[in-house]
Design a protein around this ligand. Structure first.
Ligand SMILES: Cc1cc2nc3c(=O)[nH]c(=O)nc-3n(C[C@H](O)[C@H](O)[C@H](O)COP(=O)(O)OP(=O)(O)OC[C@H]3O[C@@H](n4cnc5c(N)ncnc54)[C@H](O)[C@@H]3O)c2cc1C
Length: 424
């Protein structure tokens, strides 16, 4: 396995690290540090992950699936491979061991593929990407965290408290306070720790509202959502994203453009609220043909919600940016993106891996964080920009819609010709 250049000892050797959040970024950081550590770096740090959720990952609320990709913009597959967990994840993914089952693309209103995108498999990887249920990703990551790393479930990190210059003090939801030498904030898009050190750095509405859920079936989900995922492009201003989640369930997400954000509707919802939201989904989505109605009719109501597409630009670390030394924000806590980016989990994985590599390869924490910021910031800004373009594209109407439809059609033709020539 490739190791970073090792200084004689690491600035984190023997130190106490707190990670806020055992989500994708937090767990991946713990695994990446395990991967990079070697005896030359000194004694392994004491690491505690605090996770707000009571239970270890299970189907429940995490009823959606994610695309993890291996292209140069995403790099999630490469990060997982270097962490040593890729094979286990491919085994439980929707797309299978070689990533060959199903593909991403755009459908026309009759569910005919306009364009199908199958990424080229990079030479050193078993798959170019995978589609995987989020709970499966978290389960495998949780199981891959070494036994000597503690995960405390059901305890949230609430704020960073003033403390000495050398220690960081965190207030916890169980009433205690925890001192540490290094704090990794991986507590998601609505990060409480970000609010405590950069209160003005809030989420911004990206212009679309989504109604979404996963649907459960007694057998396989309806074709084509049993295998393929992507957008139905119908130029009405309402977009539909669908994807398999596992062999019995599929995700649907109906979105529309709005001038201002809407009050989110989250679980637990009353039977009346549930009925109203499902009715609204059917009404707004009446231009979508089957299997859309079947998906809505088979909704697992415990996963139904209405949410706004929110995001924010990344920020660099250090006192000059309002972040006390020794605290690093990774994943959505730093640069939340909406699902339209399709890249937030990839960035969370890359952040985690890069931060661990920098911490093990640089002589001081400040230098490590500087190098880390230079790697993370550009890809995050590019993803936020790209996601705004995607929101415009999938909700386009009129002439603009016609233009994008023609471009997608052209892309579809070019990709089919290229894939035909490769098969010959
Ligand atoms: C419907 C949908 C589809 C998506 N599709 C894709 C996709 O296809 N590809 C992709 O790359 N990305 C996708 N994303 C985005 C991706 O899920 C996120 O970007 C990713 O989960 C971010 O990882 P994270 O670890 O930073 O945050 P999270 O995964 O949100 O993890 C944060 C963790 O911290 C915990 N927590 C929160 N507050 C606290 C606290 N105060 N103290 C302690 N713990 C706390 C949370 O419970 C959670 O476990 C999608 C998102 C959605 C909603």
């Amino acid at each position: 396995m490739a190791r970073p250049p090792s200084p004689s000892s690491c600035p984190l050797a023997g130190k106490k690290i707190v990670v806020a959040g055992a989500g994708i970024a937090g767990l991946a950081f713990a695994i990446s540090l395990q991967h990079f550590w070697n005896e030359d770096l000194g004694s392994y740090p004491e690491i505690t992950l605090y996770e707000r959720e009571e239970k270890e990952p299970g189907r429940g609320r995490e009823g959606y699936s994610l695309s993890i990709r291996g292209d140069s913009r995403s790099g999630g597959v490469q990060a997982l491979q270097k962490m040593g967990v890729l094979e286990k994840l491919l085994d439980v993914s929707i797309t299978g061991r070689g990533g060959e089952r199903g593909s991403f693309g755009f459908w026309d209103p009759n569910w005919k593929r306009i364009v199908e995108i199958r990424l080229e498999k990079p030479r050193d990887l078993p798959a170019s990407g995978m589609r995987i249920a989020r709970w499966q990703l978290r389960r495998v990551l949780t199981e891959s965290v070494a036994a000597h790393t503690e995960i405390v479930w059901g305890v949230a990190c609430l704020e960073v408290l003033p403390s000495s210059d050398t220690k960081i003090r965190v207030r916890l939801s169980d009433g205690k306070e925890e001192d540490c030498d290094f704090l990794v904030a991986a507590d998601g898009a609505s990060s409480k720790l970000r609010a405590s050190v950069r209160p003005a750095d809030i989420l911004h509405f990206a212009g679309a509202v989504s109604i979404g859920a996963s649907s459960r079936f007694p057998g396989a989900p309806p074709v084509p959502v049993n295998e393929d995922w992507g957008m139905v492009f119908n130029r009405t201003g309402t977009a539909l994203f669908v994807s398999p989640v596992d062999d019995r369930s599929a995700l649907w997400n109906l979105s529309y453009i709005a001038d201002s954000p809407r009050d989110p509707q989250r679980q637990p919802l009353s039977p009346e609220q549930t009925a109203q939201i499902l009715q609204e989904a059917k009404e707004r989505g009446k231009s979508f043909k089957e299997p859309f109605q079947t998906l809505v009719d088979n909704t697992d109501v415990s996963t139904l919600n209405i949410f706004n597409a929110n995001d924010k630009q990344p920020f660099p670390h250090g006192k000059q940016n309002g972040v006390p030394n020794g605290i690093v924000f990774i994943g959505d806590s730093n640069h939340a993106v909406s699902p339209f980016a399709g890249n937030g989990a990839n960035m969370a994985l890359m952040d985690a891996f890069d931060l661990a590599e920098c911490l093990c390869g640089q002589p001081s924490i400040e230098q490590a964080v500087n190098v880390y910021d230079k790697r993370s910031m550009p890809r995050c800004s590019a993803t936020v920009k790209m996601s705004h373009f995607t929101i415009g594209l999938v909700h386009s109407t009129g002439l603009r819609g016609l233009f994008y439809r023609a471009m997608l059609g052209l892309a579809g033709v070019i990709l089919s010709v290229l894939s035909w020539r490769k098969r010959r």
